[in-house]
Design a protein around this ligand. Structure first.
Ligand code: SF4
Ligand code: SF4
Ligand code: SF4
Length: 310
């Protein structure tokens, strides 16, 4: 543990640059790790160091099958992320360190990506067993994300467009984390927002579950002085989507496609009706498939219908 901490403190900007050059990975399987040998120092000094270490929350950042974009958002925070690593005991974060995870209980686990393989699923379940708080980090983990498109488009047959020979190719349906384990909090977005990460991580480290305000993307969009796309009959999902991204898409004249997911009180029926004269039903559905919004919308519409019928 102590060795791990020292190594993390020594991580340089150069090291981050090297990490950034790592190729996009398709999956990650390892979790079992060797204990780290401690060396040097008197007995008293070692005990003091261990006591101080024990007060720091133990955190793991676990990557399943993903593009790793959400992890790179953390590295893009630069010194501010390194400062955070000084306040915690970071036992697993493959983009920064190669040390073995010593096992044991964890205060916080942040999980990126989809549990696609059996190994991913086992890693996720083990992480849940060890964690007081488990957080889904990003749209893939929380909503299925871009990989979930294949569930909608031809399902299992989509794979034939990618691989010439299908023998031995694992091709499961894509499911978000909460199909496998309890998720306590979500950092939404594709990728996550670095400022939002820094805003809520202190509460999570104290063992509390923060609540992201139920405010639409439109609030930030209007604050920025943007002209609403809807006024020009251009579609945008902003009113039903959870804000917090600083309306980055409409600020660049692009519609919000909903990567942060539905607001708890977003009126999806009204949104669909408002967009009727701006896009076809097929266009609407295709866009809701991009970030795994489609199944959440269907569920919300069902609930709304039940409530109206009650
Ligand atoms: S949410 Fe987006 S950025 Fe994050 S891992 Fe998934 S595809 Fe990559
Ligand atoms: S452009 Fe989109 S996000 Fe901005 S105010 Fe209009 S509907 Fe809302
Ligand atoms: S504007 Fe919409 S699609 Fe763009 S980042 Fe924000 S929530 Fe995601």
């Amino acid at each position: 543990m102590v060795v791990n901490k020292i190594k993390l403190k020594k991580v340089s900007a150069k090291r981050i640059g090297v990490a950034k050059k790592k190729a996009v990975k398709s999956e990650r399987v390892s979790v079992a790790r060797k204990p780290v040998e401690k060396s040097g120092g008197t007995k008293v000094k070692v005990r003091k160091a261990e006591t101080a270490e024990a007060r720091k929350p133990k955190v793991a950042i676990v990557s399943l099958t993903s593009c790793e974009g959400c992890q790179f958002v953390l590295l893009d925070l630069g010194q501010r992320f390194l400062d955070l690593t000084g306040q915690i005991e970071l036992v697993d974060f493959r983009l920064l360190e190669d040390e073995e995870d010593p096992g044991g209980k964890l205060d916080l686990v942040l999980v990126e990506g989809n549990p696609v393989t059996k190994e991913n699923e086992e890693l996720l379940k083990k992480a849940r067993q060890r964690a007081k708080i488990l957080v889904a980090m990003g749209n893939c983990a929380a909503m299925g994300g871009i990989p979930e498109i294949k569930n909608y488009q031809e399902g299992a047959n989509t794979i034939k467009h990618v691989y010439k020979y299908l023998q031995g190719i694992n091709n499961p349906e894509i499911k978000e984390l909460d199909n496998f384990v309890k998720v306590d909090f979500v950092f939404p977005g594709c990728p996550i927002d670095g400022e939002e990460f820094l805003k809520y991580i202190p509460e999570l480290l104290k063992g509390n579950i923060p609540v992201i305000p139920d405010s639409p993307v439109c609030v930030e969009c209007r604050k920025l002085g943007n002209r609403c796309l809807l006024l020009d009959k251009k579609p945008c999902f902003g009113p039903m989507i959870l804000g917090g991204c600083n309306a980055v898409c409409p600020s660049s004249q692009m519609m919000c496609q909903g990567c942060r997911g539905l607001r708890p009180t977003g009126n999806v029926k009204a949104m669909r009706a408002a967009l009727k004269n701006m896009m076809t039903d097929e266009e609407f559905e295709n866009i809701t498939e991009i970030y795994g919004l489609k199944d959440d919308l269907e569920e919300r519409e069902k609930k709304q219908k039940t409530l109206e019928g009650a």
